[in-house]
Design a protein around this ligand. Structure first.
Ligand code: SF4
Ligand code: SF4
Length: 358
């Protein structure tokens, strides 16, 4: 393939899920193979991710309650979408997660999806975590807050002190709509106004509104601090919207973003970019070291990315970990599963669910 025409996620609209198109990349083995086959032999360590990552405790208990989403963004590492109704965490698994949570010292519960708010047990899960004194984070795509059953969520979250972490690719309309589809930006701004009206994003530590940025193409995130300043000024001046913090993530070369990298001819250059930008200073702060990630079906992973690649966490005896036999002692000695996609977390300033690392 020749040089890519553009590094940007250009295209007429958001896409559809890989599953709905029966794409070969539905197979996670195929995704891993695609990454392995990129020729990085001339790069440091031949592009092999050699860090041996070890767990440092479970501070954050992350629960992915399903792949159903009202949107189908091009860069989605979950392959979420409106058609993903089958992958939905059951009440039974929610209760197993809560029982497991009680065996940990985790102070934070990070609820994600898809659009997690679409899981019928979402509010129950939030209530139960709040009752346990946990700091609850909802990973929200903003537009979901404008849909019928979710319209009351800003106030509902506020009365429970839930932190809302909202993905908004960019503070400018063009970049956001390129990734998420036409009209997304306008809806996102409306949702942010509603969160502001409920008290979010105005400096109250109990009502924290965090925005999450990821690049609209095959390049790394910019400097998180200076972007935060720029976004705060831009959103306030142009839309009267405020927020508390911005976190910047790199796009992970898996799932739909991997598909786009391949189709657009950007895969080779993007992997070279990630490997060349490898920053060892990010390693101590990688999220797989202090987070555990549970999938909709109760399988346990080192992180949300490993979850999407079905790289299960294993106990020392080789068994794959499941929430029903959750054993924090055994998990404390596990080897974190790594592969080439891990360069997505360690490039530049690093990238985790909490944003830049170093
Ligand atoms: S990136 Fe988020 S909002 Fe977009 S399709 Fe994936 S889960 Fe849904
Ligand atoms: S993808 Fe990132 S968070 Fe997950 S195991 Fe690799 S380095 Fe750790």
């Amino acid at each position: 393939m020749g040089a890519p025409e553009s590094k940007e996620l250009v295209g007429p609209r958001a896409t559809t899920s890989l599953v709905s198109r029966a794409s070969p990349l539905v197979s996670t083995a195929q995704q891993l193979k695609t990454l392995r086959q990129v020729d990085l032999s001339k790069l440091p360590n031949q592009g092999v991710f050699r860090e041996k990552l070890t767990p440092a405790g479970i501070d954050i208990f992350q629960i992915n309650v399903g792949k159903l989403c009202n949107m189908t963004c091009r860069h989605c590492h979950v392959d979420a979408g409106p058609d993903r109704t089958a992958e939905m965490m059951s009440r039974e698994t929610v209760d197993l997660c809560l029982a497991a949570l009680d065996k940990t010292t985790a102070k934070v519960v990070d609820i994600t999806g898809g659009a997690p708010e679409l899981n019928p047990h979402f509010r129950y899960l939030v209530e139960q975590c709040v009752a346990r004194g946990k700091h609850v984070m909802d990973r929200c795509n903003l537009t979901i807050l404008l849909t019928g059953p979710c319209r009351d969520l800003p106030e509902w979250f506020a009365s429970r002190g839930v932190e809302v972490v909202c993905s908004l690719p960019h503070y400018r309309q063009r970049n956001t709509d390129l990734q998420r589809g036409a009209g997304t930006f306008e809806k996102s701004i409306e949702a942010l106004r509603r969160l502001n009206a409920a008290g979010y994003g105005r400096g109250d530590p109990r009502l924290r509104l965090t925005l999450m940025h990821n690049p609209a193409g095959a390049y790394l995130s910019g400097d998180q601090k200076s972007m935060e300043r720029e976004w705060k000024e831009g959103l306030q001046a142009n839309h009267g919207v405020t927020f508390d913090a911005l976190i910047a993530l790199n796009n992970m070369p898996i799932s739909r973003f991997l598909e786009w990298l391949e189709i657009s001819g950007n895969l080779q250059a993007y992997m070279e970019l990630l490997v060349n930008a490898y920053n060892p200073a990010t390693v101590p702060g990688l999220m797989c070291r202090n987070t555990l990630s549970v999938g909709w079906d109760g399988r346990v992973y080192d992180c949300d990315f490993n979850q999407m690649l079905e790289l299960d966490t294993r106990y020392a005896d080789g068994r794959t970990a499941h929430i029903r036999d959750f054993d924090p002692q055994q998990l404390a000695t596990r080897a974190i599963v790594t592969a080439r996609h891990c360069f997505g977390c360690t490039a530049g300033a690093g990238s985790s669910c909490g944003g830049a690392i170093a």
